[in-house]
Design a protein around this ligand. Structure first.
Ligand SMILES: Cc1cc2nc3c(=O)[nH]c(=O)nc-3n(C[C@H](O)[C@H](O)[C@H](O)COP(=O)(O)OP(=O)(O)OC[C@H]3O[C@@H](n4cnc5c(N)ncnc54)[C@H](O)[C@@H]3O)c2cc1C
Length: 379
């Protein structure tokens, strides 16, 4: 069974997958070890992805996009990055989480100013919500925008920001007099400083970092949408972000399953392949079942997202269930690899440490259940 050949994909998706897979094999795989050593991916890979048309293919042609408004293309790219265990090149974050804010809330002048570079890979994106003292409780952020008439003055600190070092445009959530407001901070603005690249247990080639804003002058022309509407905008875009996480989780789980299946067929103990022990067979059967359940759920939600019918609760269900599931699956995968499963040179070990963040970021799984519970009238 070819797990990439599923009924909701059509011929154009298959061709797109082939192209993106080729890009992954030729341009990403040879760089992965270097990126792991460097603690970040190269700037060149972003520009190359732009040249190949893999950045924001949904964007309008006037900005350099292809107007491919079909989330199946995003799903394919996330799946293919999972297939090669690539967790540093945050394409899904750039394309499907952050660029949509610009698409939806930027005015015509801002789109013309930012989108061409976002689509060509010259401008790498980050979004900065989390602060040292608050993550889940977004309303409690302390980063401030002081209104000076023609501009704002931004002060505050953010942490755990993906693409923190490489990013050129950062959407920052801050409190203005009107309430939570989104502003775009650009590389090189006076007072915008990057802290250290944070040492993480996994995602070793992702440049997660702290960001500091010390009296940064923010022109009013860099406010995204209406001041005070930031919280509403963030809530409106979260369903897609959560679905991206769920797709990534299923892709990593699939990767862990494939690696483990291969391994248990090759490794022998007591004179036979370890895959022939009933315990191993049952374990692999459970892994396969969980991945399939997750896959079917996310495929359904991708089509619902395309039709504009996904609910916030469904996206939360997919995010919590799939990101918990991937941790069960990678854990089993490590166990079946024995001691080799604990060695970082084995991809299963990398998948294990990478997976642990998934129930935490993009809203913790506890927050997902809060949203679902509220939808049941249990607030
Ligand atoms: C690798 C990585 C990348 C990240 N990338 C980004 C990024 O690009 N941009 C960004 O803004 N942030 C990013 N984050 C931050 C991430 O989204 C937050 O860490 C996450 O939202 C949790 O916030 P917190 O760490 O402050 O935990 P807290 O909010 O302090 O939560 C701690 C614990 O309390 C629980 N808890 C909190 N409130 C409730 C409640 N009401 N009910 C039940 N339990 C609750 C949580 O579920 C959790 O288990 C990233 C984090 C990591 C580690």
């Amino acid at each position: 069974m070819d797990i990439y050949d599923r009924p909701h994909f059509e011929e154009e998706h298959k061709i797109f997958r082939e192209n993106f897979r080729k890009f992954c094999e030729e341009e990403i795989v040879p760089q992965q070890q270097q990126w792991l050593n460097d603690g970040m991916v190269s700037r060149e890979i972003w520009e190359l992805a732009g040249e190949f048309g893999f950045l924001c293919p949904f964007a309008d042609e006037e900005y350099g996009g292809m107007a491919l408004r079909d989330f199946r293309f995003s799903q394919i790219m996330t799946e293919e990055l999972g297939r090669i265990c690539e967790s540093g090149f945050a394409l899904g974050l750039h394309n499907d989480v952050i660029a949509p804010y610009i698409e939806a809330y930027a005015n015509a002048e801002q789109k013309a100013r930012w989108l061409p570079d976002i689509i060509s890979g010259k401008a790498i994106l980050a979004i900065a919500m989390t602060e040292p003292s608050t993550g889940s409780d977004l309303q409690a952020i302390k980063t401030r925008l002081e209104d000076k008439g023609s501009h704002y003055i931004l002060n505050g600190a953010k942490t755990f920001i993906s693409n923190g070092i490489l990013s050129d445009l950062v959407i920052v959530a801050a409190k203005a007099p009107e309430g939570v407001t989104l502003v775009v901070v650009e590389r090189g603005m006076d007072g915008f400083k990057r802290g250290r690249r944070l040492e993480k247990m996994g995602l070793k080639s992702q440049d997660t970092a702290e960001l500091f804003f010390e009296n940064v002058t923010i022109p009013k022309a860099n406010v995204l949408g209406a001041p005070g509407q930031g919280f509403v905008y963030l809530m409106q875009k979260l369903a897609q972000e959560r679905l991206v996480c769920a797709i990534g989780a299923v892709a990593t789980a699939q990767f862990a399953f494939s690696e483990t299946l291969k391994y248990v067929k090759e490794r022998t103990a007591f004179g036979k392949p370890i895959g022939t022990f009933q315990n191993t067979r049952f374990g692999l059967a459970e892994m396969r079942t969980e991945v399939t359940i997750g896959q079917n759920f996310v495929d359904t939600l991708v089509m619902k997202l395309n039709a504009g019918q996904i609910s916030s609760e469904e996206a939360c269900m997919a995010k919590w269930w799939c990101t918990d599931m991937v941790n069960r699956v990678v854990d089993k995968g490590v166990q079946f690899h024995g001691g080799y499963g604990y060695m970082l040179e084995y991809p299963i070990a990398r998948a294990y440490v990478d997976a642990r963040i998934q129930p935490i970021f993009a809203g913790t799984n506890e927050i997902m259940k809060e949203v679902i519970g509220r939808g049941l009238g249990l607030s």
